[in-house]
Design a protein around this ligand. Structure first.
Ligand SMILES: Cc1cc2nc3c(=O)[nH]c(=O)nc-3n(C[C@H](O)[C@H](O)[C@H](O)COP(=O)(O)O)c2cc1C
Length: 342
């Protein structure tokens, strides 16, 4: 791996599309499910504590192994002690990932109170020391995901330039401050301005709805990152050049709308990967929250959604998916989100 990784990717692909890190969601099975549909995206893992990875072989051995399809994988970590980051880097690097991202954006009270995540926005020296220590301890490129500011009173440009000086190789900005809730008024003005004052790649994040929407909003930036919309429609990372002429007929707000059968296959894939990576019990409980998202409401599906949120085993999950297949046999090639199932 090399420190110039991000510049090389931008040279090759111009604008980069990322699957955002998501605690409790962005595990290997989720990433595989997304890459199966959109192989061109870059995945960042959910965040892990640097301290946890250093002290628990079990944690490292459970969350760092990944499949070929997920590559190039970036692992995100959080903590506050630069030495811990350096120790964690050695472990992460041994799993063959392509980069390490530092979480400087998490607004959760517990995380902020203990000096991690977004609190680094107001502890600039520690933020600098972390990036520098991490950069010196690994041959992987180090990136940072942060927010516009902590509470609206910090200077984003000065902070990002400071991190660039510590050898951060890419920075992602979630457009909200750490104090803001999830409002829907994405405004990337400050991020466009940041890019004009920085030499490293800048990625925008927050309320990007799809690949097409990201390409509209990206402007002078180097890429965009999506989470919530991937959860609602895993096809959101495809745009018209990824679609055949036939598939182009089935888009809504520029996002491809899959057939019921395509959705069921995606659900089966996700469920089997989750069980394969987390074992039967944990995997079949965790898959519940994902499966209901695939199957948004359409007439007659409510009963199966109810079953999917109470399944206890992979067999039960597969059986429910097969029952949907049988009940909707005549509609398998129809597209529920286009209102084709009545
Ligand atoms: C449940 C949840 C978990 C998240 N986990 C992480 C995380 O582990 N690391 C991180 O940097 N951001 C995390 N985020 C923030 C997202 O990566 C992203 O910045 C945010 O959802 C805005 O993007 P979106 O509008 O596309 O959803 C999380 C957000 C949510 C709601």
């Amino acid at each position: 791996m090399n420190k110039n990784f991000w510049n090389e990717q931008i040279e090759k692909h111009w604008k980069l599309a990322f699957l955002a890190p998501m605690d409790g969601y962005g595990d290997s099975a989720y990433r595989q499910s997304m890459k199966r549909i959109a192989p061109h995206i870059y995945c960042i893992s959910e965040f892990y504590s640097a301290d946890g990875l250093v002290h628990s072989k079990f944690l490292a051995g459970s969350v760092l192994p990944h499949k070929e399809i997920e590559k190039p994988l970036i692992v995100q970590i959080f903590w506050k002690d630069p030495k811990k980051f350096a120790e964690a880097a050695k472990i992460i690097e041994s799993y063959g990932v392509s980069g390490i991202d530092i979480n400087m954006g998490c607004p959760a009270k517990k995380v902020v109170r203990s000096g991690h995540g977004s609190s680094l926005l107001i502890n600039e020296q520690t933020a600098f020391d972390i990036v520098k220590a991490l950069d010196e301890s690994t041959s992987l490129p180090v990136s940072v995901k942060t927010r516009l500011s902590f509470d609206g009173n910090q200077d984003l440009i000065a902070f990002a330039q400071w991190l660039q000086k510590a050898w951060a190789k890419l920075i992602t900005i979630h457009w909200r401050t750490a104090k803001q809730a999830y409002t829907w008024k994405a405004d990337f003005t400050n991020i466009y301005e940041l890019k004009r004052n920085l030499d490293i790649p800048v990625i925008c994040n927050g309320d990007v709805l799809s690949y097409t929407d990201g390409m509209k909003k990206v402007q002078n930036l180097d890429g965009f990152m999506i989470w919530r919309c991937s959860f609602w429609n895993p096809w959101c990372f495809l745009w018209e050049n990824h679609l055949s002429d036939e598939e182009k007929k089935y888009t809504l707000n520029n996002v491809y709308q899959p057939t019921l059968e395509e959705m069921l296959l995606a659900m089966e894939f996700h469920a089997s990967q989750l069980v394969a990576t987390k074992w039967e019990r944990k995997g079949s409980l965790e898959i519940r929250k994902h499966l209901v998202q695939y199957l948004k409401s359409f007439p007659g599906v409510k009963e199966y959604r109810k079953r999917l949120v109470t399944t206890e085993s992979i067999d039960e999950t597969k059986e429910t998916i097969n029952d949907i297949r049988t009940s909707f046999q005549v509609s398998l090639q129809k597209r529920p989100w286009l209102g084709e199932i009545s």
